[in-house]
Write a protein that binds this ligand. Structure first.
Ligand code: SF4
Length: 217
């Protein structure tokens, strides 16, 4: 019998429709809610159980969700790092741009939430391809230097020196001219939030302090 997956591929949060295209991630952040919340996000099961949706399945789930109610943005998010599935991300975002051009829906933004390791993951500069189809990039930096970064995001083997790559990714996104580039830091992890804010400013990005999430409410 073919295994049935009940995970949500597209789900609502605030004014956005969020896309869950992978659960894979090269980090194991100390603050990550995916294990703490047992792969549930406010009643949405995001556990793909290794059965990642095809690009066509993502588009179908997205269309279904977009029809239901107004939205202001579509967000590639997870529980997982979306650039692990770059081709799928680009295909879906390109489809969204096509819908925008046809005015199929009222104006909206396309946002990528990322850990900033996409260039290392894909072993190439992914910024030009992203720039063509994504409007806003939110990058989780979470630390003021590599030592703190390693202790908080706990990168997998091969990504231990990723901090400078994340910094370079931030600067490349700013230089590429996305509508908005936001660098975030999670509160109460031991990182120096003010130092991270200063780094974001030096790199030309906006800053967002994310609340540390514990129990779901
Ligand atoms: S980068 Fe995001 S998905 Fe990956 S472990 Fe950290 S919080 Fe979780």
């Amino acid at each position: 019998m073919v295994k049935q997956n009940t995970a949500k591929i597209a789900y609502r949060f605030g004014d956005g429709v969020y896309l869950n295209i992978t659960n894979r991630c090269p980090n194991l952040c100390a603050f990550c809610i995916k294990t703490k919340w047992h792969m549930d996000f406010h009643g949405n099961n995001l556990n793909l159980e290794g059965l990642e949706p095809t690009a066509g399945e993502v588009v179908a789930a997205l269309e279904e969700e977009l029809k239901k109610a107004p939205f202001k943005e579509v967000v590639f998010c997870g529980y997982g790092e979306p650039t692990m599935r770059l081709e799928t991300l680009l295909f879906v975002a390109q489809t969204l741009k096509g819908w925008m051009a046809q005015a199929k829906y009222p104006p909206f933004k396309i946002r990528l939430n990322t850990n900033g390791l996409g260039n290392l993951i894909n072993r190439k500069d992914i910024v030009p391809e992203l720039r063509r189809v994504v409007d806003v990039v939110n990058i989780s930096l979470n630390a003021e230097n590599e030592t703190v970064w390693r202790s908080i995001v706990r990168p997998a083997e091969g990504y231990e020196n990723g901090y400078e790559s994340v910094r370079a990714f931030i600067r490349a996104c700013v230089a590429a001219g996305f509508e908005k580039v936001v660098v975030s830091c999670v509160d109460q992890t031991g990182a120096d939030n003010q130092a991270v804010e200063k780094i974001a400013s030096q790199d030309g990005a906006q800053f967002y302090l994310r609340s540390f999430l514990d129990a779901q409410n």
